[in-house]
Design a protein around this ligand. Structure first.
Ligand code: G6P
Length: 362
């Protein structure tokens, strides 16, 4: 059944492998045969009338929100902010005249996010929850719900919920953009794109042996590792580093690659692995030169690069998809690298120390 490991040694690997299918299911559920989004018109009307979208989430869901901001702003033109749920109460943003709240939560039970929603409801602002769990608290207490239908996610480190949230945010952004008459949203062939994404994910998850080898060569004995990127690739580098640190205990961080020279580069030692994520034509050259700067100081550099930007010596070449969807592919080698590093260190991949799947205290 869905919640059994079967032949897999750990749930995390099973959940990584399920991602192509999760993409296909979302596409089938939320896009009709013509590729038109099937999203509640009432929800789109409410969102259309808002002047700003506030995305709220924790952990991996927060990282999915950072990608959603880019998708929503590109396809709808509505300014979008992303907030860490636990900070919201104390660093309360100044609300626009007509705010709309989008909660992202795999479990729908995270206390920090629930607390924000309690306050949003007190002020009678409209809200949507995107979650994997029907009838969860966040789902019940917000005005609208969109379900990820990714199947139970059991491993503490979130994988398929991240990609499912990003795919569903893209569908929502396209639906809202079309509702607003946005040409880019209308032209965005998300059905075809999600099918390319599913195929691309399959190609990457089939490269497990190579990723296992790289994990042994570069990461198992590393004390620190860095992911770098710009724009949307920077947001993925945050998630990639989180995966590695939470299950392998290698101290890893994601950085905006242009910021390295302002401090971080002092951390680079002989053999420090630095992975560049390069999927946007506009920033590819800059990130490559930042990688070279780290190599000149002893780093072992690796790359995750989309095919049309790839060079001969790139480490992971991921298939080409629309620039708003590249996180769905660039994150996969990082998930697998975290998995194998944890496994090769003999750790319990699914149950890392000090962490819980769902944190129901503030
Ligand atoms: C916990 C988990 C993370 C997760 C976060 C938010 O800290 O360990 O993997 O990203 O909660 O969970 P949620 O269910 O709200 O997405």
């Amino acid at each position: 059944s869905d919640s059994e490991k079967g032949v897999y040694p750990y749930y995390m690997l099973k959940e990584i492998d399920e991602q192509p299918n999760v993409m296909r299911k979302l596409s089938k559920k939320y896009l009709d045969e013509n590729g038109t989004p099937v999203i509640d018109e009432k929800l789109l009307d409410v969102m259309k009338n808002s002047d700003r979208i506030y995305i709220v989430g924790a952990g991996t869901s927060y990282h999915a929100g950072l990608v959603g901001k880019k998708q929503l702003e590109t396809l709808t033109g509505i300014p979008t902010e992303v907030h860490v749920a636990s900070e919201f109460a104390y660093e309360k943003p100044i609300f626009s005249k007509k705010p709309f709240f989008l909660f992202l939560s795999q479990s729908g039970e995270t206390a920090d996010s629930r607390q924000v929603l309690v306050n949003v409801n007190k002020d009678h602002y409209p809200s949507l929850t995107i979650t994997n769990v029907a009838n969860s608290t966040l789902s019940r207490e917000s005005d609208f719900t969109l379900l990820l239908d990714a199947g139970p996610e059991i491993s503490v480190a979130s994988t398929k919920a991240y990609t499912a949230q990003i795919a569903l945010e893209a569908i929502l952004a396209k639906a809202l953009g079309e509702h607003l008459g946005d040409q880019r949203a209308q032209d965005f062939d998300l059905k075809a794109q999600l099918s390319l994404v599913a195929q691309g994910m399959q190609t990457i998850v089939d490269e497990k042996d190579k990723i296992d080898e790289i994990s042994q060569d570069y990461f198992v004995n590393a004390t620190q590792a860095f992911y770098i990127g710009r724009g949307i690739d920077y947001t993925v580098s945050l998630e990639a580093a989180l995966k590695l640190k939470e299950i392998s205990y290698v101290h890893s961080e994601g950085f905006a690659s242009g910021e390295l020279k302002h401090g971080t580069i002092a951390l680079i030692e002989d053999g420090t692995p630095v992975i560049g994520i390069i999927t946007q034509g506009f920033t590819a050259g800059l990130t490559r030169s930042n990688l070279m700067e780290t190599a000149a100081r002893g780093a072992k550099t690796l790359t995750i690069v989309r095919k049309s930007l790839a060079q001969d010596d790139d480490t992971f070449v991921i298939p080409d998809v629309d620039e708003l969807l590249t996180p769905l592919l660039s994150v996969i080698p990082a998930q697998l690298l975290a998995y194998y590093t944890s496994l090769n260190k003999g750790l319990n991949v699914d149950l890392p120390r000090n962490l819980a799947k769902s944190v129901t205290v503030e």
